[in-house]
Ligand binder design. Structure first.
Ligand code: ZN
Length: 269
């Protein structure tokens, strides 16, 4: 897998005959208190020095990923549009900059249904972001959450549930990663003998959670399950030589995972 094109808001890589593009929706700043030690305990003075801060806050990139097989595009997550902080919502600009016509997006898949992943279906001006969308795949456990979002009401009927083990087309299979949310899922893309795991919110704070994967996130629906999923996926990526792409890894959020003693390191690509 190599980088073949880049700009401020996107990076494109080849994976066999496929093109994988990281699209930067923006970023969101969060208080340090979101990080949790075992027992749901926030850090105090013992906050590890390695945690990267911007003006005293944790800055999370918000990324979405396009898989292009030459015929059409599967988009994994869609950013926040104008439904959350104004530091997000740049996905349409990122698509433009990458030269991707939004009309080529035929399938949208959600890793989970938090607002920084789903609201990009609708542009800030209320129009559909993807005018030729044919399939909308939502984790089965979260269909109810999705259908509770009034802003996305016109998509409620189109939402199609999926579960771990399902396949999407010839190149993508779904790996369960429950914990951060009830149906949180990863999309493993295989082509040309290489693989990339588009893993959603498996890691929120890359400066800490590769090294200390036991640290959880306040917004994990089930912190113990989220920790177990993170450890399993880090091991899978490292041992299977599977590239990873993360919604909140520093943009572009693509790289490899290597073991480092009992923990892990991220090597950006
Ligand atoms: Zn998220």
């Amino acid at each position: 897998m190599h980088r073949i094109a880049s700009g401020d808001l996107y990076q494109t890589y080849d994976l066999g005959d496929l093109r994988i593009t990281s699209l930067r929706d923006g970023y969101v700043d969060m208080p340090i208190g979101r990080l949790r030690q075992r027992g749901d305990k926030p850090f105090g003075d013992e906050l590890p020095k390695q945690v990267a801060l911007v003006d005293g806050q944790l800055r999370l990139s918000v990324n979405a990923f396009a898989i292009d097989d030459g015929n059409g595009i599967i988009l994994i997550d869609t950013g926040a549009s104008n439904a959350w902080h104004p530091t997000m919502g740049r996905l349409p600009e990122a698509l433009d900059e990458a030269g991707i016509d939004a009309g080529r997006v035929r399938t949208v898949c959600f890793t989970h249904t938090h607002l920084d992943h789903i609201h990009g279906l609708v542009l800030a001006d209320g129009r559909d972001a993807f005018p030729r969308l044919a399939r909308l795949l939502v984790p089965g456990e979260e269909l109810g959450f999705f259908r509770a979002e009034a802003r996305l009401e016109r998509f409620h009927g189109m939402a199609e549930p999926f579960e771990a083990g399902d396949r999407i087309g010839t190149h993508v299979d779904i790996v369960g990663a429950h914990g951060h949310e009830a149906g949180h899922s990863c999309f493993r893309v295989s082509a040309g003998g290489e693989r990339i795991l588009i893993w959603g919110d498996t890691v929120h704070v890359p400066s800490l959670q590769f090294d200390r994967p036991e640290v959880t996130w306040e917004f994990d629906a089930d912190q113990d399950q989220a920790r177990e999923s993170r450890l399993r996926l880090l091991a899978l990526a490292a041992d299977d030589h599977c590239f990873v792409a993360g919604a909140h890894l520093d943009s572009p959020g693509v790289g490899r995972v290597v073991r480092s003693g009992a923990s892990f390191q991220f090597e950006p690509l």
